[in-house]
Design a binder for this molecule. Sequence first.
Ligand code: AHR
Length: 627
Amino acid sequence: VKISVSAKGGNATNGHQYGFLHEDINNSGDGGLYAELIRNRAFQSSEHYPSTLDGWSAVNGAQLSLRDLDVPLSEALKTSLHVATNKRAGQVGFSNAGYWGMDVRVQKYTGSFWVRGAYKGEFTASLQSDITGETFGSVKIKSKCRRDEWTEHAVVLVPEKDAPNTNNTFAITFDAAGTADGSLDFNLISLFPPTYKGRKNGMRIDIVEALEQLHPTLFRLPGGNMLEGLSNTSWWDWKDSLGPLKDRPGFSGVWDYPQTHGLGLMEYLLFAEDLGMELVVGVFAGLALNGDITPEDELQPFIDDALDQIEFIRGPPDSKWGAVRAKLGHPEPFKLKFVEIGNEDWLAGGSEGWNTYREYRFPMFLEAINAAYPDIQVISSGSYFDGHDIPEPGAGDYHLYAEPDTLVEQFSRFDNVATPHIIGEVAATHPNGGTSWDGGLMPFPWWGGAVAEAVGLVSYERNQDRIIGTAYAPILRNINRWQWSVTMIQHSADPAQTTRSTSWYIWELFAAHIFTETLPATADFDPLYYVTGKSDQTGGYIFKGAVYNSTDGADVPVRLAFEGVKPGTSAELTVLTGPENPYGVNDPFTGTNVVETTRSTVKSGRDGVFRFDLPNMSVAVLDTSPK
Ligand code: AHR
């Protein structure tokens, strides 16, 4: 394939081309990104989930039950744990099994628990093996308890040794003799390992690092379906996710488990700031997953709520909601340029949901938000291809979960669409010919699907003047409880199992080489799909390409010439190849990585042409930036 790249005539890029959506699916928030170790820490209930003792066990024969006391810990946390025994029972209490295990090492664990009831004595907080009973570390905490009051007890615990595996529990015990009648009430039992950047109530270090190493520049939150909620009375209300943990009631998750709300709006904003990601914030649009549609005359409160949310994020510290943010420790406004109205409004409510969205819900939000914030790009939750003739100055959102061939067939899809779009969710999810959503998802991103994603990414990057950015979804999966197998990274309680998928390697490679300007090139696509550009920051000229299904699986010879690049110029060529079987996946249990990375230096010839061959089913970047 001969490719001639012009020095001029391309488009300036926006700098936020690659990113991801995060919502709490697959226990990727609670039990994933959010570093809290205690599962069901506050016995939270919601419209769709009653309180349970899930995750908890008695220690030394104590009886555990749930109670709604007359004086609860807080308005938000009404249910607490009643631990009952008799005064002669000795050291009793309860333990928690974590999100299917706990990683115990010689490092500082911090947390706290709240107690109600009289107790003279000490509590013991400990981390131990659930198999052998061996204690890895424990700490005594002097009781501050008073009879009719809730008192908080801080925990700081440094184990003396690393546990050999994650089959561990966290326990709190007390001496029954020191209580009034053998019983005490507990709530909000929380324990964190060290977190990313040491943030309180923060994120799990190894997972953030796996995300950070993707060089993400775009972050869509808080869903996905999670934003919409199960009904119009249980959507993800950002106001419930702010402030002290004891004031967060929890959320009726939409993915078959309740959520703590620990990973709240502020945590998401700090996370985006830490990783330098541009925000795309979804606001509730009056449509829930059960098809509840808010009538036009009842929509205004949701619009007001969205305006409050925007003010919380980027309002000055002396505005009503900016002051709340400032009080929470962040007086400087966050940067917010993109606001999306709802999520997939073409889906949940059927044609009525979609019609009402186009008729009044989207226009009302668009008008109100742009009246208050003319610089905000308001994004529809549907695309031109979903039949949304998006009114100016709105943008669209295109989602694509597909078989590899479809991603490749859609290579030119955005070439002639004038309206700007975000690709808000994309992933290769099914094998070719197997598009059933009923169990037909692949077990994890596979090499053939990842190469097709690369073709998709190239197609979006070619249209950088109108594609705001591309987000992979869903980004994380806890391998112990999930419903969506194809994710960028999978994880468990054991950091050794944090597994980067085949897709991860492709997205990482492309995102590591950012154009500041695309450059027009001769177009001769199939089986090689490519995009070219340059970086004013590094001075490099860049080619990104993918070979998908070449004839007879032959290598593709590439002859690449950048106008203005001198003969004898050195470039780094990185080529990713996969296993012979395109269904190969990276497996957390074997730790095998099926993606092979080859780096070499290529010099342009006397005619200024870079010559190299790319194997079938490979992904490559050539970059002349000096190292
Ligand atoms: O990413 C998983 C789900 O797929 C999202 O929640 C939803 O927006 C889409 O249908």
